[in-house]
Write a protein that binds this ligand. Structure first.
Ligand code: ARG
Length: 457
């Protein structure tokens, strides 16, 4: 394609380091779409005669069929998908094929192809994240009143409900989806027609190609058009944050399914056994979701580092945007699917959760709040009194509710036996009715609101 100035071909190693066809062949559908839009515009603008346009169009469709049908021969010496498609097009339609690349460069072509791929992928991730939200909101509704321990520092803090915990992830996923959509909106300007870097002297209609490919408008600066990989970085950044959310939940599932916690059961479908230890049910899917977050973050970091030293406009370094972006966004898609399956099948164990919720003096804050509310103690003093009571109970190895009234009154004489009501975990969660709080009625209402929002799309 560019042999005119060269007396001999590339070294074997040059070909190996240069070729991207091994991984960019997945851009074939986007590449052909872009070429179809480009050639139609060249025809409409009177740059190419109608006969050539028709020949190129039918040739491109034939190439697309060969690729779909698996009969297309990808050859490393043709470097990348752009040259591979054009070379085959030349074989099929002859010299007219040589006119397709008028007013275009691989630089604007590859930027367009990648944007189309990332855009479709972001749409898919958004839909998958919505599925996971739905699974979580359904679980939340079913367990709006299932009491469990809430943690800070992984130490028992205050009782919450299982549904409340699920809805925390629904909120995180809502922000993730917002980032996917935001990235999509910013991405949606078409680089095609920027040519190599400076634009072109042909009277092309960039608005027409932008529109044909579903972009909102053409990019405004030809240098920026071919030098920009922000769209991939943004998609990877949004994907990384989402992957981190999934990883945190995966970590909780790993901990919760251990024999020591026993908070939840994963289904057979999402666990594996051990070849030596017959008792094992390993949470491999959750562990892999946790691990794959590393790949996604790695891809973001890798591409940031590729881009950071590049002068304008295009440099071949930018070809390295692909493998990491493809791999990371696919990995996230798989993680979302696996997480959705795990959540659908997930069974919390209410007895274990309730028992755990009551241990670790998780209702100490309720006791302190009672002293404030009923006796008018300043909160700091109530905190101090409660601390003494927790110390006394811990010394005897019992819960706060096991202290006698006399023992309670030794710390604060005005305490009455009405205080026992707030020491239970059910009362504790039921009292948390502040907006966004864990009271079962709140959780039920939030879960229902999410489910109707999600079914509205
Ligand atoms: N395969 C290349 C890439 O992915 C296409 C652009 C090549 N452009 C060039 N001037 N060598 O970046």
């Amino acid at each position: 394609m560019w042999g005119g100035r060269f007396a001999s071909g590339p070294a074997e190693i040059m070909e190996e380091i240069n070729a991207s066809i091994g991984f960019d062949k997945r851009l074939a559908p986007q590449d052909i779409r872009g070429s179809l839009a480009h050639v139609a515009m060249l025809g409409q603008a009177g740059i190419l005669p109608a006969g050539d346009v028709a020949a190129i169009e039918s040739g491109l469709k034939a190439v697309a069929q060969e690729i779909e049908g698996g009969t297309f021969a990808f050859r490393r010496e043709l470097e990348d998908i752009h040259m591979s498609v054009e070379s085959r097009l030349t074989e099929i339609v002859g010299s007219a094929a040589g006119r397709l690349h008028t007013a275009r460069s691989r630089n604007d072509q590859v930027a367009t192809d990648m944007k189309l791929w990332v855009r479709d992928t972001l749409d898919g991730l958004d839909a998958q994240a919505a599925d996971l939200q739905r699974a979580l909101a359904e679980k939340a509704l079913a367990h709006a009143g299932t009491v469990m321990p809430g943690f800070t520092h992984l130490q028992s803090a205050q009782p919450v409900t299982f549904g409340h915990h699920c809805l925390a992830y629904v909120e995180m996923l809502a922000r993730d989806r917002g980032r996917f959509r935001d990235a999509r909106t910013r991405l949606n300007e078409c680089p095609l027609g920027a040519a190599a870097l400076a634009g072109t002297s042909f009277p092309i209609d960039r608005h027409a190609t932008a529109q044909a490919l579903g972009f909102d408008r053409p990019t405004a600066n030809s240098l920026d058009s071919v030098a920009d990989r922000d769209f991939a970085l943004e998609a990877l950044a949004a994907a990384s944050i989402c992957a981190v959310h999934l990883s945190r939940f995966a970590e909780e599932l790993v901990v919760w399914t251990s024999a020591q916690f026993g908070f939840v059961r994963l289904s057979d479908g999402y666990t594996t056994g051990s070849s030596i230890m017959p008792q094992k049910r390993n949470p491999d899917a959750a562990e892999l979701v946790r691990a794959k977050a590393g790949r996604v973050i790695g891809a973001l970091t890798g591409l940031l580092i590729v881009m950071k030293g590049l002068p304008l406009a295009y440099s071949k370094d930018m070809q390295e945007d692909k493998e990491g972006t493809f791999d990371a966004l696919q990995a996230l898609s798989l993680c979302l699917a696996a997480m959705t399956g795990m959540v659908r099948d997930l069974e919390p164990v209410p007895e274990v959760l309730a028992r755990a919720a009551g241990s670790g003096y998780a209702t100490a804050t309720d006791l302190a709040d009672w002293l404030v509310r009923e006796l008018g103690l300043p909160f700091r003093e109530a905190h101090h009194v409660t601390g003494r009571l927790v110390g006394a109970a811990a010394a005897r190895g019992v819960g706060l509710e096991d202290l006698s009234l006399a023992e309670l009154q030794a710390a604060e004489p005005r305490i009455t036996d009405a205080i026992y009501a707030v020491l239970g975990v059910e009362n504790s969660v039921a009292s948390r009715t502040s907006y966004g709080g864990t009271a079962p009625a709140n959780v039920r209402a939030q879960a229902e609101a999410w489910l109707s929002r999600l079914s509205a799309g």
